[in-house]
Write a protein that binds this ligand. Structure first.
Ligand code: ZN
Ligand code: ZN
Ligand code: ZN
Length: 264
């Protein structure tokens, strides 16, 4: 670790698959579980460095997640892709624009940002910047950029007909955190780029294979291949309880849950 290294704090705001857990109208044991770790809102992560507070994705529960975690600041947002479970809380950024009294820098692939602009056009129109509403500064990225004292590298990941964007966060050249939700694979050049990362948070939807998501065994294989020092599975379904899933995982691999918080 570099002598100039600083702490990075990660808080999981949401860890559930696109329908969330519990699922509407389901009375399975996991959806009826009283373990708070079995209550999974849609995926989002909050990252703080001494310089900045960053948010990955704006899911439908962003407002509730923000209140639960006591957040009062977001300096920039990274978006993985424009599926509804990752962007439908986008308008809740209005409060963070208000708190910072300015536009919200939003980073993502050009394709993803274009799709969001199609859904929330008012947020992207510089002629419609009204105090109290969301307005963004667009940062379409396809290579490493500096943010919050970190170097952040976006990677395209296959996700059915979509590409999603995974992000590697580096601190003084140290690979600290890789976030890769909603992907069916991690291509070899990306694996090479994130190899030996301190912490990998990766799609581990369920045990059964899925056409557009990694399942648990595929995620474990990638974790091993990239030699992640620690791995968390995320974007989880109701098919297994937190306790049961975690009991079945090898050393060094755990299950993320809403409100999980740790420092790197
Ligand atoms: Zn998703
Ligand atoms: Zn269920
Ligand atoms: Zn998706």
């Amino acid at each position: 670790m570099s002598s100039s290294s600083f702490p990075i704090s990660i808080t999981v705001l949401g860890s559930g698959t696109s329908q969330g857990v519990p699922m509407i109208g389901c009375d399975c044991p996991v959806c009826r579980s009283t373990d708070p770790r079995d209550k999974r809102t849609r995926c989002s992560v909050y990252i703080t460095t001494p310089e900045a507070a960053l948010l990955i994705d704006t899911p439908p529960e962003l407002r509730l997640q923000s209140l639960r975690a006591g957040l009062n600041r977001v300096d920039a947002v990274l978006i993985t892709h424009a599926h509804a479970d990752h962007i439908m809380g986008f308008d809740d950024l209005r409060r963070y624009c208000d708190l910072k009294n300015g536009a919200m820098p939003v980073y993502g692939s050009k394709e993803t940002l274009d799709r969001i602009a199609g859904i929330f056009p008012y947020a992207f129109d510089p002629t419609k910047r009204v105090p109290g509403y969301v307005f963004v500064d667009v940062h379409a990225v396809d290579s490493t950029f500096p943010l919050g004292g970190l170097q952040i590298t976006p990677f395209s990941l296959p996700h059915g007909r979509f590409l999603s964007t995974g992000y590697l966060l580096q601190r003084d050249g140290e690979k600290v955190f890789a976030y890769m939700n909603d992907c069916k694979d991690v291509p070899t050049p990306v694996r090479d780029a994130i190899r030996d990362v301190n912490c990998l948070m990766i799609d581990g939807l369920r045990d059964e294979p899925h056409p557009t998501h990694l399942n648990v065994s595929e995620a474990i294989a990638i974790s091993r291949d990239v030699r992640a020092k620690h791995t968390y599975l995320t974007h989880l379904t109701h098919h297994k309880s937190h306790v049961q899933r975690e009991s079945e995982l090898p050393n060094g691999i755990q299950v993320a849950y809403d409100s999980l918080s740790f420092k790197l």
